[in-house]
Design a binder for this molecule. Structure first.
Ligand SMILES: N[C@@H](CCC(=O)N[C@@H](CS)C(=O)NCC(=O)O)C(=O)O
Length: 202
């Protein structure tokens, strides 16, 4: 199995999941430029990571890949095991990370994708920061008295971890969010997280 990734991108969540599953895989780094080249576009017409190749099967979209890995490696409980409501909660927070939090980062990383007018970019970035801060507050509250966002360790935590790294990278102050800081520090000590980060040169 091959995981195509960019260092520190959302594909780090899949990389962590593969480590947690003790999977037999190869991690293939892709440069931002080669994402848009025909060779990679043949795998993923979106020109984005993550992209997972399992034999003849090519899968894109983070949530689909994480779900696939959960089904392929049930012993790893990547989505919280068999309990219906635990799994539903893991999916809920995974969707929150992928659709809401990740989605909001487009406003910071690539405001030019939203509007051509450069004079509006600073305003879009400020709005995106405001939205992300509100979302962080929701996640921080959900983590009250809990070690992990769905109650047990799942790939939703891995995705949240990736996004918390981005927050630090763009200077979003995490100090008001003690539960998120605790999650981040906890996962920094996790062997699977450490392995994936080391492999990505982070
Ligand atoms: N909806 C996609 C989003 C993937 C995505 O935005 N990946 C980013 C890295 S975090 C990327 O490859 N961006 C390159 C680009 O869009 O040009 C998913 O969930 O997999």
């Amino acid at each position: 199995m091959k995981l195509y990734y960019m260092p520190g991108a959302c594909s780090l969540a899949d990389h962590i999941a593969l480590e947690w599953a003790n999977a037999d895989y190869e991690a293939c780094a892709v440069s931002r430029e080669s994402l848009k080249q025909p060779e990679f576009l043949a795998l993923n017409p979106m020109g984005s990571v993550p992209c997972l190749v399992d034999g003849d099967f090519v899968l894109t979209q983070n949530v689909a890949i994480l779900h696939y890995l959960d089904e392929k490696y049930p012993q790893a409980s990547l989505l919280g095991g068999k309990d219906l409501q635990t799994r539903a909660n893991a999916m809920r927070w995974l969707a929150f990370c992928n659709a809401d939090l990740h989605g909001a980062f487009v406003g910071i990383f690539a405001p030019f994708r939203l509007i051509d007018d450069e004079t509006a970019h600073a305003n879009i970035q400020a709005k995106a920061r405001e939205k992300i801060t509100n979302l962080l507050n929701i996640a921080n509250n959900a983590l009250q008295n809990k070690q992990y966002i769905a109650g047990v360790k799942t790939v939703a935590d891995a995705y949240l971890f990736v996004i918390l790294r981005w927050c630090v990278g763009v200077g979003i102050d995490l100090t008001p969010f003690a539960n998120l800081v605790a999650l981040m520090n906890n996962l920094m000590q996790d062997v699977g997280v450490k392995n994936a980060m080391q492999a990505e040169g982070l």
